[in-house]
Design a protein around this ligand. Structure first.
Ligand SMILES: Cc1cc2nc3c(=O)[nH]c(=O)nc-3n(C[C@H](O)[C@H](O)[C@H](O)COP(=O)(O)O)c2cc1C
Length: 199
């Protein structure tokens, strides 16, 4: 298989905390995807400057593109080209942290195009995504709101296959490493996502 044939995986790290539980899960999933021959592009939202959507309406009138000049510009092309997406995020106040929600909201230009009936995905294959979630507590419905946001995002991005691996009760930085199977599970989830439809 040449590099041009390799499945493209977009990996998005959404935790503001460096070297925390989300990063560990995502690193394991990336290792699994790489083992499966994928080419991974890794973005770390805390290292990027992404403004919230200002609802200026520019994307809805005219080109369907966002006019805001910030680091979101680096993400639009991978978002439409990737065959696989891995989004890894902690739960903040029962939902995604603000950095992740800002990124999702800035996909409004893609929603505009999709809502007009245009194809947003430029991937060569049906797209699949994996949500890696972690929360410090274990309240019921801990991942529901994040999942709801992501399902809306997946509709916009034309993600066909939707997977999730989430862990409750993991709070301290690095505590995920004490979980009996989380990192191995994430590695396998990354491998399996990259191999989906190709095995
Ligand atoms: C601002 C903030 C809000 C949080 N809200 C929740 C919450 O609603 N439910 C929960 O179970 N954990 C909550 N947590 C705990 C994190 O989800 C938990 O510490 C997680 O392991 C952090 O992952 P990280 O190490 O990748 O940053 C919150 C943490 C912070 C800093």
């Amino acid at each position: 298989m040449t590099d041009a044939d390799a499945i493209r995986v977009l990996a998005i790290a959404c935790s503001p905390r460096e070297a925390g539980n989300t990063d560990a899960l995502l690193d394991a999933a990336i290792a699994g995807a790489t083992e499966a021959g994928a080419r991974v592009e890794h973005f770390v939202l805390r290292e990027m400057s992404i403004s919230p959507c200002a609802a200026c309406g520019a994307c809805a009138s005219g080109s369907g593109r966002c006019i805001v000049e910030d680091d979101m510009r680096r993400l639009y092309e991978p978002l439409v080209r990737a065959g696989r997406i891995i989004i890894a995020s902690p739960v903040y106040f029962m939902c995604l942290p603000a950095q992740a929600k800002a990124m999702v909201d800035r996909c409004q230009p893609l929603w505009v195009r999709r809502n007009r009936g245009e194809d947003v995905s430029e991937a060569r294959h049906p797209r699949a995504a994996l949500y890696l979630g972690v929360g410090g507590g274990d309240l019921p419905h801990l991942f529901d709101a994040s999942r709801t946001v992501l399902n809306s995002w997946y509709w916009t991005l034309q993600v066909f296959e939707r997977r999730e691996l989430s862990f409750a009760g993991v709070d301290a930085r690095g505590a995920i490493a004490q979980h009996p199977s989380a990192l191995a599970d994430a590695r396998e989830a990354g491998r399996s996502l990259a191999a989906w439809g190709r095995e």
